[in-house]
Design a protein around this ligand. Structure first.
Ligand SMILES: Cc1ncc(COP(=O)(O)O)c(C=O)c1O
Length: 394
């Protein structure tokens, strides 16, 4: 494998994957795994979906990259589509979730500046959040374990307790230019925001003339059961950050902004590969499958199937504490290390991952079948049974 030549920046499973189809992925020895990780909420249509292959093939024969010095119909078409499907006015394209959040942070800072107040630069972010690994996105990330070797962070960021209305009320002021929040915390452990908290954030952002940013990098693009997670919560933010599922596996990120947040001017921000024809063509194909071909309409039913199965396990095993998340972004909160369950599932051919140290995350393709859900739940049941036995004899 690649230990000798790759930087040691990931802890990886002892496996090399070679090909995949739908919810199945195969290692170099041909062993099949049922993939409930889906590239960490990326492969929204599963592996190698024909619509994605066709879009890549067709677009790659026309144009692969064009500088943003020029217009392309594919980029315009995707922007138009995202605007028509959302409550927002304009789009900025980039390559990743981190870049989408960096863009949003810069828009927030510029918004404060435009208000003519030199001190209006503070950004409020949530404890336990995850927004990415570049210095701006890292600073708003509310988990010190990611900061410790990279101090100091950028200035002007206040962190408050997630879902704590009182803390938000205390912290927000005329100095606040933006509030950034994940409607469903992902890396921090799959925790839903309270609707009341998001509503209060919206109200206070209006009162103090600050921008409300939703990081929907993980929970957006159908994952919550609606195209945008903000629709699942009934609170419309000024800015929505997207990536992961938007390209179904092809790298693309996007920032949606309403009228008041559409303030970037030439020279303010840029991205060489942002909105390249290949990425935009794939994303258009993904959205067509999800929206026009109604894949998203099936997500809430699949959520019910999963939650029913997990609920039964919760009744049986006392180390399962609760279920959280929405749509096909499901967290099983444990009072044991998630790693134990994840590793056992891997051995049995089921890919799942942890979120935080004590939650299991299930983020399968949105077009997963009932048979695959049931197969995965059966494996999980076997895993929990073994874990219980081991705990008894420990
Ligand atoms: C909510 C959220 N924001 C941002 C990011 C960073 O995205 P990327 O890895 O595409 O830069 C992630 C990645 O897991 C995420 O879950």
């Amino acid at each position: 494998m690649g230990e000798k030549h790759l930087m040691n920046s990931y802890s990886r499973f002892d496996v090399e994957f070679e090909n995949g189809s739908g919810t199945s992925i195969y290692d170099i020895n041909g062993r099949e795994y049922l993939d409930f990780v889906a590239g960490v909420a990326v492969n929204s249509l599963g592996h190698c979906h024909p619509a994605i292959i066709q879009a890549l093939d067709k677009q790659s024969k026309k144009l692969i990259h064009v500088s943003n010095l020029y217009w392309t119909p594919t980029q315009t078409q995707l922007a138009k589509k995202l605007v028509s499907l959302s409550d927002h006015a304009t789009v900025f394209f980039c390559n990743s979730g981190t870049e989408a959040n960096e863009t949003a942070i810069k828009i927030g800072r510029k918004y404060g500046k435009l208000k003519g107040k030199a001190e209006k630069y503070e950004i409020i972010a949530m404890e336990n959040s995850f927004h990415g690994r570049t210095m701006g996105a890292l600073t708003v990330t509310g988990q010190t374990k990611y900061h410790k070797d990279f101090m100091p962070m950028i200035g002007g960021v206040n962190r408050i307790r997630f879902n704590d209305v009182g803390d938000l009320q205390k912290s927000i002021s005329e100095k606040t230019c933006a509030v950034i929040v994940e409607p469903i915390q992902g890396e921090g452990g799959i925790i839903n925001a309270n609707k009341e908290f998001l509503m209060e954030a919206k109200k206070l952002c209006e009162k103090y003339d600050a921008l409300l940013i939703f990081d929907e990098v993980q929970c957006g693009i159908g994952r919550s059961g609606d195209l945008f997670a903000y629709q699942s919560f009934g609170v419309i933010p000024d800015i929505v950050c997207l990536a992961k599922g938007l390209g179904g596996g092809f790298p693309i990120g996007a920032v949606l902004a309403n009228e008041r947040a559409s303030i970037l001017k030439p020279g303010d921000h840029g991205c060489t590969f942002g909105g390249n024809p290949l990425g935009c063509a794939v994303s258009l194909a993904v959205l067509e499958e999800l929206v026009e071909n109604k894949v998203i309409e099936g997500v809430k039913g699949k959520e019910k199937l999963f939650k029913k199965g997990i609920e039964e396990l919760l009744q049986e095993y006392s180390f399962i504490k609760k279920i959280d998340g929405k749509g096909l972004m499901i967290g099983i909160h444990l009072d044991i290390e998630a790693k134990k369950v994840v590793n056992k599932a891997f051995d049995k051919g089921l890919l799942i991952i942890g979120a935080g140290s004590r939650a299991i995350r299930i983020v399968p393709p949105l077009n997963i079948s009932t048979e695959e859900i049931n197969r995965g739940l059966e494996i999980l049941a076997e895993v929990f049974k073994e874990v219980k036995k081991e705990l008894q004899f420990a």
